[in-house]
Design a protein around this ligand. Sequence first.
Ligand code: T3D
Length: 263
Amino acid sequence: MEQQTILWTVHDGIARVTLNRPDRLNSFTVEMHLELNSALDAISADRSVRVLVLTGAGRGFCAGQDLSDRSVSPGATPRDLGESIEKYYGPLVRRLRTLPIPVVCAVNGVAAGAGANLALACDLVIAAKSASFIEAFCRIGLIPDTGGTYFLPLLVGTARAMGLSLLGEKLSAQQAAQWGLIWKCVEDEALKSEVDELAGQLARAPTLGLARIKEAIYSSSDHSLSEQLDLERDFIRELGNSRDYQEGVSAFLQKRGAHFKGE
Ligand code: T3D
């Protein structure tokens, strides 16, 4: 499907969404938020979709908020940036984290500001070697939003989260992978094939099980060990009744490949 600011397709259980404002490094306007949101509505409603891949067109992944959309001339009434977070960036992160399918982010180039944290909100992040991550907010007097102040310390620890956020320096994709900020860094030419292979693998996997893995991993930071053990029990109980569990065990015992339907 072609909209003004994003492109999206669904094929073989894989939804692919491309942020498509390459001349502005795919930075967000209200129009792009609205189009992305309506694409995610359609993708969520499509039961055939078992994995979502998010990427950017051109040489960048996403440079965060389109700053040319912000009037900062002296005397102009300041815009309520909190409203922008409340209406667009916050709901986008909540949505990606709660989608009951894996979300793969293919970081094809620079990811800055909300663009960097949008990537971190995804479940698996694969970046091209030439890509980079910049918590650019401090350069314009803001704080990391779009979940940045949550994801960064959780993923790389307070010291590195502080360095990235207070200095706004460019972090290479290789360093991001070494620090554990992202899943993997690959050669630029290999990004598409690696992401296609990964998305295919996830689209053929037991989708309900993957949904519960995502939910369990993300809820662990809010839980005690005891609460998490109870959650694991409940999810295992539910999954033990699923068709994909039956298929997985049957396939193992019969020494054949499993054919999961995602149920
Ligand atoms: O406002 C709210 O709603 C609150 C929420 C805020 C969330 C945020 O994301 S705040 C942070 C906003 N983003 C930034 O501060 C990043 C700004 N961009 C950059 O610092 C640099 O562009 C990059 C480091 C990302 C890349 O640098 P470089 O040298 O590779 O590219 P460039 O030449 O700077 O950018 C290429 C073009 O894209 C350029 O346009 P031009 O000169 O060719 O006509 C540049 O102006 C444009 N561009 C890049 N980022 C943005 C942008 N235009 C508007 N907004 C951008 N964010």
